[in-house]
Design a protein around this ligand. Structure first.
Ligand code: AKG
Length: 282
């Protein structure tokens, strides 16, 4: 059996309609072991980009770990991303791990969209979030505001704890453009207070289940309130044909995601960097 299964047409349709589609059993048990091992090594030896607030996260590390690299560059995973985006290609953009140990509640939620944090714009930007262990809404399962990818505006990006994030873009900070008209002037409402009215979709995941989601869709978990269930997730981000370089003035833009210093970066330019290898077609 293949290590990563292919997305179905129904799942592609759900992704386009709702901005998110659950992919049960995306990854088989034979791949879960090596992925867990690679992530445990990373937790023990975090990168300079890791954060430890209420939960632990790290990013942009997997290409250097053979057991993770094979998954990140798996052409079936890339093809799934390309088909969902409606793009003829998929390039790896970056990987991101999120660990909530048991009893790691959050204060409210951290509702957010991903795209406004990242130095990229376009429709062909997508995430595949994989659950390494079983998880339920009680143990920090990721949930979504269905259809919120259709809203063209962004909520101003903040950290998971609600505080403003800072990052040094170096000389590239000067390239940032004024896109204030693309932003709400307020933070997201507490969608979890009325999940029915806001069409919040809450999934439960078995180990190896994933969601594929649009980087404009609003999402969060409610933190890990379970006393004994660990929650470990691994998100892979892909970019496709229409993705273009972007820097938004006055809002946090993640410096970890820029091309290497010796590489070209210009707002509106195609996403070309040795850090973003082609995954599909292989
Ligand atoms: O796993 C989480 O709690 C957050 C995940 C997330 O925001 C993402 O993958 O974009």
């Amino acid at each position: 059996m293949a290590a990563v299964r292919s997305i179905t047409e129904d799942e592609v349709e759900a992704y386009r309609r709702d901005g998110v589609a659950k992919l049960p059993g995306l990854v088989g048990p034979e791949l879960l072991g090596p992925l867990r091992e690679g992530l445990e090594e990373q937790i023990a030896h975090p990168s300079s980009w890791h954060t430890d607030a209420d939960h632990h996260s790290d990013r942009c590390f997997g290409l250097d770990r053979p057991s993770l690299r094979a998954y990140l560059l798996d052409p079936v995973l890339g093809e799934n991303a390309a088909r969902a985006m409606g793009s003829s290609t998929a390039n790896f953009f970056f990987d991101h791990m999120f660990l909530f140990e048991p009893s790691t509640p959050v204060d409210g939620h951290y509702w957010h969209q991903d795209l406004p944090f990242w130095p990229v714009d376009g429709e062909h930007v997508i995430s595949v979030w994989l659950s390494l262990y079983d998880c339920t809404p009680e143990s920090a399962a990721l949930k979504f505001v269905r259809g919120s990818h259709q809203e063209r505006r962004f909520y101003p990006p903040l950290g998971f704890d609600g505080s403003a994030m800072e990052g040094d873009l170096g000389e590239r900070a000067e390239l940032a453009v004024d896109v204030r008209d693309q932003f709400f002037d307020h933070q997201p409402p507490a969608f979890h207070d009325d999940p029915v009215a806001h069409d919040v979709v809450e999934f439960s995941y078995n180990a190896g289940d994933a969601v594929i989601f649009n980087t404009r869709v609003v999402h969060s978990s409610g933190g890990n309130r379970s006393a004994d269930q660990r929650r470990l997730a691994y998100s892979v981000r892909f970019i496709g044909d229409d993705a273009r370089m972007m820097l938004r003035e006055g809002v946090f833009q993640d410096p970890a995601l820029l091309p290497d210093p010796d590489e070209h970066f210009a707002v509106g330019a195609p996403m070309v960097s040795r850090r973003w290898p082609r995954v599909y077609p292989a």
